[in-house]
Write a protein that binds this ligand. Structure first.
Ligand code: PEP
Ligand code: MG
Length: 587
């Protein structure tokens, strides 16, 4: 029976595939297909891991002290019994043989099936045995990590890879952390659905940058969708259709083809100069996560990088932070790859929904902090780790010897932060001078992400060379809505007059001061806002490469004078979106 699950559309397009349910926290487990002639070897790996865990459990049992609580011994017995139970072993093997999943993936798949069965049990005692299975699978995964696979991660799947029989796959999870999203860059999944998350959560942002259809905040999706179900992800409407009827499937295949054709049409605009109907040149820049994304930025026709989110270099490293040399090489690679075009490197913005495994003394993890979005985040964290901050500044400065580099400071709002930031920069320059290291001239900009920064923009403009408006956070902090919380996602409104007023005022003041101003939040990549932002005087937009052509199409058709004289009227209206739509269609 077909079923629909509703969530938030965060990355456009249609994906059709079989569901792969992955438990939260296990998204980074390797998922790849084993070749037919490697199936037996993969089963051997599984057996070896099983033997290892059996030895481990037996040793634990032997070493139990006499005064250990009897429950402990009983627990180990249960784990050993589950390990020997053929239902887990045989079903896991079946995923390897029938689907050619690697052993880790097969285990995860079977765990999800069993977890569902346990959840449905009436008996409390039996239902609680789910935790035992989970712990056991955890042990098996660790043991598998010690059994190198013949294929390793090499086969971790070029994107677009398909399951046996040619079935494409979509990932269904409770949550996917932004750091785990990086695995998607080389993953086999063609779309994903999560239970939690908001439209501008970093998970959603990375999905958009990968340009794969995604729905987040679908609440019960991972409970309602079963392993291997056929699902359609409608990334435009935010709907997931489970087990679609043949007619619905046909309709979505048609829509998928339509959106591919639209993409091809837009692609032709790639290298067209970005100039409005009334002759105003508009700079379209790219947002990237890693230096390797520079190629996609160039290919999209971007004339530079407006935002390199450097924190992604700090993720997935088990708490080990990248040193100056490693950072320098990464930034230099991005600069060289951009072939003389400017690269704006934002200093590390961790915290909130981008926790690190280790955040220094403060051990800042989302779950350990009361209000992570209001806590030690972005420049606040950098200033609390001055050695680390100067190291990053030196690495960025050194990269500027290879091309045009700009530094961007996230989430700054206080006068004391301005002084400390500029002092750190002066010291970083001094340290490079002292050691004879080369660096070039670098403009330093500030992000306007907090209402306090927008309201005191004149002060910031005196201290910095340019500003970049981070609308994702500006909306979050203006409306007091956690951008990653699906429970309040319906109140996260980029059209709210308060938000628009702050954006308009920042653009106007920066222009008046003769300083560069750009928008690098998701608003810049949303064509619905293009003409409004142009009317406010914006001439620089930074967005995911995948959004660039659609925004350029709007720029080419826009007359910047059409809305320029109507901004006060738009901001004064209860429904600015409707006014903009009316004025644009009237023109
Ligand atoms: C923003 O807040 O708009 C922004 C671009 O920064 P991030 O999304 O990384 O917080
Ligand atoms: Mg931000």
């Amino acid at each position: 029976m077909s079923l629909q699950v509703f969530g938030m559309p965060v990355s456009r397009g249609v994906a059709i595939g079989r569901a792969v349910l992955v438990a939260t926290g296990r998204v980074d487990v390797d998922h790849y297909f084993v070749d037919e002639d490697r199936v037996d070897a993969e089963i051997d790996r599984l057996h070896r891991a099983r033997d290892l865990v059996a030895d481990e459990l037996a040793a634990l049992q032997r070493e139990l002290p006499d005064d250990a609580p009897p429950e402990l011994g009983a627990l180990l017995d249960v784990h050993l019994m589950l390990l020997r139970d053929e239902t887990l072993a045989a079903a896991t093997k079946a995923w390897i043989v029938d689907r050619r999943y690697n052993a880790e993936w097969a285990l995860g798949a079977q765990l999800e099936v069993l977890a569902r069965q346990f959840d449905e049990m009436e008996d409390d005692y039996l239902r609680e045995r789910k935790a035992d299975i989970e712990q056991l699978v955890e042990r098996l995964l660790r043991a598998l990590g010690q059994q190198p696979s013949a294929l390793g991660a090499v086969a971790a799947g070029a994107s677009g890879d398909r399951g046996r029989g040619g079935d494409p796959l979509v990932l269904v999870a409770g949550d996917v952390a932004p750091a785990d999203m990086l695995h998607f860059k080389r993953s086999i999944f063609t779309g994903f659905v999560t239970d939690v998350g908001g439209r501008t959560s970093h998970t959603a942002i990375v999905a958009r940058s990968l340009d794969i259809p995604a729905v987040v905040g679908a609440r019960d999706a991972s409970r309602l969708i079963r392993q291997d179900d056929w699902v359609v992800i409608d990334g435009d409407a935010g709907v997931v259709i489970v087990d679609p009827s043949p007619i619905v499937l046909e309709e979505y295949r048609f829509r998928r083809r339509e959106s591919e054709l639209e993409r091809e049409r837009l692609d032709r605009l790639r290298h067209k100069p970005s100039v409005t109907l009334d002759g105003e040149p508009v700079e379209l820049l790219a947002n990237i996560e890693l230096p390797g994304d520079a190629a996609a930025a160039l290919a999209s026709g971007a004339v530079g990088v407006g935002l390199l989110r450097s924190e992604f270099l700090f993720m997935n490293r088990d708490g080990d932070l990248p040193g100056e040399e490693e950072q320098f090489e990464a930034y230099r690679d991005a600069v060289v790859a951009m072939q003389g075009l400017p690269v704006t490197i934002r200093t590390v913005d961790v915290g909130a929904d981008k926790p690190l495994e280790r955040m220094g003394l403060h051990e800042l993890r989302r779950e350990h902090t009361l209000n992570p979005a209001l806590g030690l985040r972005a420049i606040r964290w950098s200033l609390s780790e001055p050695g680390m901050f100067r190291q990053q500044l030196r690495a960025i400065l050194r990269a500027s010897a290879f091309g045009k580099v700009r530094i961007l400071i996230p989430m700054l709002a206080q006068g004391s932060e301005v002084r400390l930031t500029l002092d750190s920069l002066a010291r970083a320059r001094q340290q490079l001078d002292d050691t004879g290291r080369a660096y070039g001239p670098v403009d330093v900009g500030v992000m306007v992400e907090v209402p306090a920064a927008a309201l005191t923009i004149d002060r910031l403009l005196r201290a910095f060379d340019f500003v970049s408006i981070g609308t994702n956070d500006l909306i979050q902090y203006t409306l007091a809505i956690d951008r990653a919380d699906e429970a309040v996602a319906h109140l996260y409104d980029p059209w709210h007059p308060a938000v628009l007023q702050l954006v308009a005022q920042t653009i106007e003041r920066a222009r008046r001061a003769g300083k560069g101003v750009s928008v690098c939040g998701e608003m810049a990549g949303d064509p619905a806002f293009t003409e409004l932002l142009l009317g406010m005087g914006l001439r620089s937009f930074s967005m995911h490469p995948a959004r660039l052509a659609a925004v350029k199409q709007r720029v080419l058709r826009a007359d910047t004078r059409r809305l320029a004289g109507r901004i006060a009227e738009i901001l004064g209206d209860d429904d600015p979106a409707a006014v903009v739509a009316r004025l644009c269609s009237a023109g």
